[in-house]
Design a protein around this ligand. Structure first.
Ligand SMILES: Cc1cc2nc3c(=O)[nH]c(=O)nc-3n(C[C@H](O)[C@H](O)[C@H](O)COP(=O)(O)OP(=O)(O)OC[C@H]3O[C@@H](n4cnc5c(N)ncnc54)[C@H](O)[C@@H]3O)c2cc1C
Length: 471
């Protein structure tokens, strides 16, 4: 690793670049923007050429580590002059190169991670902070974001760029629905504030806008009072139909605060069908398990009921993460497919999918997430869901134990076939899936929103420099 730290441009700009091809890049930067302070580091550049998916590699010419929105504005003005592509990177948990920029600049957002105080059920946070950091801050005030992702090690900017779904989304929508204001640096290097009333078109094109119009530098989010405890129910079923019927009933009757379901590989018998649901409550009002689970048709002698403090429940994924890190599977390729299906054909499609899926392709720690959610709370225009009051989430979380290129190419091709079938059935993808998407695919994905979205993108990033990892 080579490190060459010299004085830094007045704005505090730091560039990390590889000396190998960096000589050219460095010269260009110096000439145009008088960037004087450079860190040359092969390892940093290589890290930005990879992501959690381990399926795609695109080498940037440089990595940029801003300390402020002003730094990002300086970089974008330089990039606009030099016509260099730029992608923001939060925690790099994309699985198909979406935070990469081949021969461009990757903005490493991790240092912009301050939480700027919690007030009046609102919090303002820098976009590079993780949800975990934010959550620790809000819970200390007895508050929580209404929607938390299952895994809190994702960045605020990274999930707001795609939507951010969690186990409470049926009730509260996406994380993008909790945003009241954003600070954004556009492709032209303008620092702008947007909200429902101020620059609303930029606000609507930034939330779930795949980083195409600007880099989110700061977000103000709604909070709600955190419950004291969570009673969690794991209900097992002999088949998909009984599980689906109970999930639909649970959703209709609003029995739970969290509702998710999954089909999990079971070496000997094929698949196990599982509802994972939870009731939030305060210390003195524990739910009556019998009433909560009444008239469900699960294998009642297999039910698992746990009771945890809200904080412990929200951070529980960390245990799985440690285990997968320890056994190495965290670092294997992950050709995931994440989608939404219309309620009318979700079960039929899931059955079709499971019929063609092998336990080996899913892996012992993989699963097919499958559960219904109301759409009424999802108001972010660019979150694309099928028509209907209820849709099904269907995620093929593949964690194969092998990592050879042939298997990965086959699974990515399978994802593409499945995606086109999903689309034919009126479904959509959650845009973090591992599959190639052409411009026409994106046009189809955004459907009636495409024209307006592209209009805003052209206004704010006329040279099409931002976030090239989607095509
Ligand atoms: C283990 C695991 C669990 C997950 N669980 C969930 C879940 O429960 N719910 C859910 O919704 N998703 C989930 N995801 C998917 C995840 O939300 C997305 O992949 C998310 O984009 C990753 O966040 P990140 O900070 O790692 O983003 P990155 O991978 O760094 O970036 C993702 C995209 O956002 C863009 N971006 C990043 N920061 C900014 C910014 N500041 N401004 C503009 N654009 C930006 C990037 O350029 C890129 O296009 C999960 C992923 C993993 C790996």
């Amino acid at each position: 690793m080579m490190t060459d730290r010299r004085s830094v441009l007045g704005a505090g700009v730091r560039i990390a670049t590889a000396m190998a091809c960096g000589a050219v890049a460095v010269k260009q930067m110096s000439a145009r923007e008088h960037l004087d302070g450079l860190i040359a580091d092969d390892a940093i550049r290589s890290a930005a050429a990879s992501d959690f998916g381990r399926l795609v590699s695109k080498q940037p010419r440089a990595v940029f580590r801003p300390a402020s929105a002003g730094d990002i504005a300086s970089l974008m003005r330089w990039a606009a002059g030099s016509e260099v592509k730029v992608a923001a990177r939060g925690q790099g948990h994309s699985i198909y190169g979406r935070a990469m920029a081949e021969d461009g600049v990757v903005i490493d957002m991790t240092a912009m991670n301050s939480v700027h105080g919690v007030q009046d059920h609102r919090v303002t946070v820098d976009a590079g902070a993780t949800w975990e950091r934010l959550f620790e801050e809000t819970i200390a005030n007895g508050l929580t974001p209404p929607v938390l992702t299952n895994y809190l090690g994702l960045s605020i900017g990274g999930t707001l760029a795609v939507g951010g779904i969690g186990a409470t989304s049926a009730r509260y929508g996406m994380q993008t629905d909790q945003v009241t204001e954003l600070e954004v640096v556009t492709g032209e290097g303008h620092r702008m504030i947007c909200s429902e009333t101020s620059n609303p078109e930029l606000f609507d094109a930034t939330r779930a806008g795949l980083g195409q119009c600007g880099v989110i530098t700061r977000a103000t989010l709604r909070l709600m009072r955190a419950p004291d405890r969570v009673r969690r129910y794991q209900l097992f079923y002999p088949g998909l139909s009984s599980m689906t019927a109970d999930m639909q009933r649970a959703l209709r009757e609003e029995r739970f605060d969290q509702l998710q379901g999954a089909v999990i590989p079971d070496g000997s018998v094929g698949w196990r069908y599982l509802i994972e649901a939870a009731v939030h409550y305060d210390d003195k009002a524990a739910p009556d398990d019998k009433a909560v689970l009444s008239e469900f048709s699960d294998e009642r002698n297999a039910v698992v009921v746990t009771d945890l403090a809200f904080h412990k429940d929200a951070t529980a994924f960390a245990k799985l993460e440690s285990m997968l890190r320890a056994n190495g599977q965290w670092f294997n390729p992950k050709p995931w497919l994440l989608a939404f299906l219309p309620a009318s054909n979700a079960e039929r499609f899931a059955r079709e999918l499971l019929g063609g899926l092998t336990a080996a392709d899913v892996g012992p720690f993989g699963r097919v997430t499958f559960y219904p959610m109301h759409t009424r709370a999802v108001r972010t225009p660019l979150v694309r869901l099928p028509d209907g009051d209820v849709v099904f989430v269907l995620n093929v979380i593949r964690m194969p134990t092998v990592s050879d290129g042939g298997t990965m190419a086959r699974l990515i091709a399978d994802n593409a076939t499945l995606y086109h079938r999903i689309r034919d059935l009126g479904g959509t993808q959650y845009p973090v899936s591992a599959l190639p998407m052409s411009r026409d695919d994106w046009r189809a994905h955004f459907g009636p929103r495409w024209r307006v979205f592209q209009g805003v993108r052209k206004r704010h990033d006329p040279k099409n420099l931002l976030t090239p990892g989607y095509v």
